[in-house]
Design a protein around this ligand. Structure first.
Ligand code: TMP
Length: 238
C-alpha cells in the first residue's frame, strides 16, 4: 500500500496513532508499554506491541470473514498497521461470559463463575473520571450515540463475542470477558476499532484456568511475556 506515515495525532497508553498521506487512513503503532488501574501501575512487557498488533489483525480478519465490519486495512510491519480513519465513540464496550475483575468485585461474585448469559456493560472512556460505568439511558441523554447506533453497537458486541468465543475454544482458551471500542466512519457507519489482544481480553486456559492475559501484569503473577507468547503461539497454530 502506497501510504506515507505523517504527524502523530494521538498517543495512548499502548498505541500511537498517526495521520497518513491519505485522509481516509491512519497508521497505528503498538508499544510495549503497559499500564493498569488507569495508569497508576506502569511497566513494559517486552514484545507485547508486536504480539498485540499481529493478534489484533488476525482477530479483525476473522471477524471480517464473519460479517463484522472493522477498521483493519493492512499490516505494515511488526508494530504498525493501516486502519480506516474513524472517530472513536468514547465508550468502553465490555462483554462478560464468566465473572472476573471489576464485575466480581462490584457484585461480590467469585471469579470463574459462569454467567447464565453473556452480559454487556459500558464505561465512559474518560481517564480523568476513571472510566465510570454508564447506562443506556445516560448514553442517550448525553447524546454520545443515537438509539439506532446503540443498537448497532450492542449487536456488534454480541457478534464479536460469538465469533471469538468459538475461535478461542478451538485453541483451548476460555474467553472470560473483553473490551472493545467502536468508531464512526465519515458516512456515520459504526465499525469495530481499537484492538483485540491479551491487553483487552481475559483468556484462561480451558483445562487449568491459568491466566494468559494482562491480569498477570495487573496482579503481579509473573510469566507475563510467556502468557502473551503462549496466546500468540496458540492462535497462529490454529
Ligand atoms: P474489568 O473486569 O477490569 O472491568 O475488565 C473487563 C475487561 O476489559 C477485561 O477483559 C480487561 C478489559 N479492560 C480493558 O481493555 N481496558 C481497561 O481499561 C479495563 C479496566 C479493562
Amino acid at each position: 500500500m502506497d501510504i506515507k506515515k505523517m504527524n502523530q495525532l494521538y498517543e495512548g497508553k499502548a498505541k500511537k496513532v498517526f495521520a497518513t498521506s491519505d485522509p481516509s487512513y491512519y497508521i497505528v503503532e503498538y508499544k510495549d508499554d503497559a499500564t493498569a488501574f488507569n495508569g497508576v501501575k506502569r511497566g513494559t512487557i517486552a514484545g507485547k506491541g508486536v504480539i498485540n498488533n499481529k493478534m489484533s489483525n488476525l482477530m479483525f480478519q476473522l471477524l471480517e470473514k464473519n460479517g463484522v465490519k472493522t477498521h483493519y486495512v493492512e499490516q505494515l510491519s511488526d508494530r504498525e498497521t493501516v486502519v480506516k480513519a474513524v472517530k472513536i465513540v468514547p465508550l468502553e464496550i465490555i462483554i462478560r461470559n464468566v465473572a472476573a475483575g471489576s464485575f466480581s468485585k462490584r457484585y461480590g461474585v467469585e471469579e470463574g463463575r459462569q454467567l447464565k448469559n453473556p452480559t454487556l456493560e459500558f464505561s465512559l472512556k474518560d481517564d480523568a473520571l476513571n472510566d465510570p460505568l454508564i447506562n443506556d439511558s445516560h448514553i442517550l441523554a448525553l447524546d454520545i450515540v443515537s438509539e439506532p447506533e446503540l443498537d448497532a453497537i450492542r449487536k456488534l458486541a454480541y457478534k464479536v463475542n460469538d465469533v471469538l468465543k468459538e475461535f478461542f475454544a478451538g485453541v483451548g482458551v476460555k474467553l472470560i470477558d473483553f473490551k472493545i471500542e467502536a468508531g464512526r466512519l465519515p458516512d456515520g457507519t459504526i465499525i469495530l476499532a481499537d484492538e483485540i489482544s491479551p491487553d483487552t481480553c481475559r483468556f484462561w486456559d480451558a483445562k487449568t484456568n491459568e491466566k494468559l492475559d494482562k491480569d498477570r501484569f495487573r496482579r503481579d503473577l509473573g510469566n507475563v511475556e510467556e502468557a502473551y507468547n503462549e496466546m500468540f503461539r496458540r492462535i497462529t497454530n490454529a
